[in-house]
Design a protein around this ligand. Structure first.
Ligand code: FMN
Ligand code: SF4
Ligand code: SF4
Length: 249
């Protein structure tokens, strides 16, 4: 069973590539919406959590879900984490593991995959060739990772990480600043298609008079609305327009 979150497709791509035939893929925002928090892990089944890194920790939807998650099993399954990231996962794995350890289900293995960094207020994804090169390198790594997970390899197989405390600080910054919906700007050019509202994982956008309106003070700040908008009419600060839009695949 794989629990995953993905806004722009990187982590979804990893989840699909790693999944064994017939393995269940659970999209975390949907489980949150449906209130589905209880899962039975059977026999030799393995359990994976695959998530983007946000501010050196995990997206709010992932922490909200893990807080409520209940797992039933007879023998502890092989449990692994894959963090996708652009620069560093920081303390994301350690932060996620705190939730898993509380359930007696700490990680056996930790992995990460470097992919295009969707935090375009800072990172530039406008160069298609550079983005394609990053994804090509990621592809090779995902291939190796798939084999390791199939073999239930244990241990930490990550690029540079940082101490847990940096994740605690990251979470404070994420909650206090990054996640504020007032940081999102609607530009002229919106055609009122409603895609941003339909796909927002936390239902932070409502269409009013054919325009998106952010109805929550805070969201997951996944930037899915910014990257998916067909008119590129949603921005975050001054740099996102020149840094381009991105979706995996
Ligand atoms: C709000 C936000 C914060 C981010 N913070 C980090 C970070 O701390 N470190 C990092 O390496 N990448 C960071 N990223 C980049 C994403 O983790 C990375 O691009 C990820 O692969 C996106 O996954 P997705 O396409 O499945 O949504 C951040 C992205 C967003 C939207
Ligand atoms: S996705 Fe873009 S064009 Fe469509 S409603 Fe949202 S902002 Fe407007
Ligand atoms: S409003 Fe946009 S950035 Fe915020 S959670 Fe929804 S889709 Fe993601």
């Amino acid at each position: 069973m794989i629990f995953y979150f993905s806004a722009t497709g990187n982590s979804l791509y990893v989840a699909k590539r790693i999944a064994a035939e017939g393995e269940k893929l659970i999209y975390i925002p949907e489980a949150l919406d449906k209130g589905e928090f209880h899962y039975d892990i059977e026999g030799e089944e393995r359990l994976g959590i695959i998530s983007p890194t946000y501010d050196w920790t995990m997206p709010s939807v992932v922490s909200e879900f893990l807080e409520k998650l209940e797992l039933d099993y007879i023998t502890k399954p092989y449990v692994y984490y894959v963090g996708t990231f652009g620069t560093t996962t920081g303390a994301a794995a350690a932060m996620v593991n705190r939730y898993m350890e509380k359930k007696g289900c700490g990680f056996d293995a930790l992995f990460d995959v470097r992919m295009p960094d969707t935090w375009t207020p800072i990172f530039d994804l406008s160069d298609e060739a550079r983005v394609a090169k990053i994804n090509l390198e990621a592809d090779e790594q995902i291939g190796r990772l798939k084999v390791s997970i199939a073999d239930k390899v244990a241990g930490k197989h990550m690029h540079i990480t940082t101490p847990l405390v940096t994740g605690v600080v990251g979470k404070r910054i994420y909650d206090a600043n990054t996640r504020r919906t007032k940081n999102l700007i609607l530009e002229d050019g919106c055609i009122g298609c409603g895609l941003c509202a339909r796909r927002c994982p936390v239902h932070a956008i409502e269409m009013q008079d054919n325009r998106p309106v952010w109805v929550k003070d805070r969201c997951a700040m996944c930037l899915g609305c910014l990257h998916r908008c067909p008119k590129f009419a949603i921005q975050y600060g001054r740099n996102t327009r020149k840094h381009g839009q991105y979706r995996h695949g």
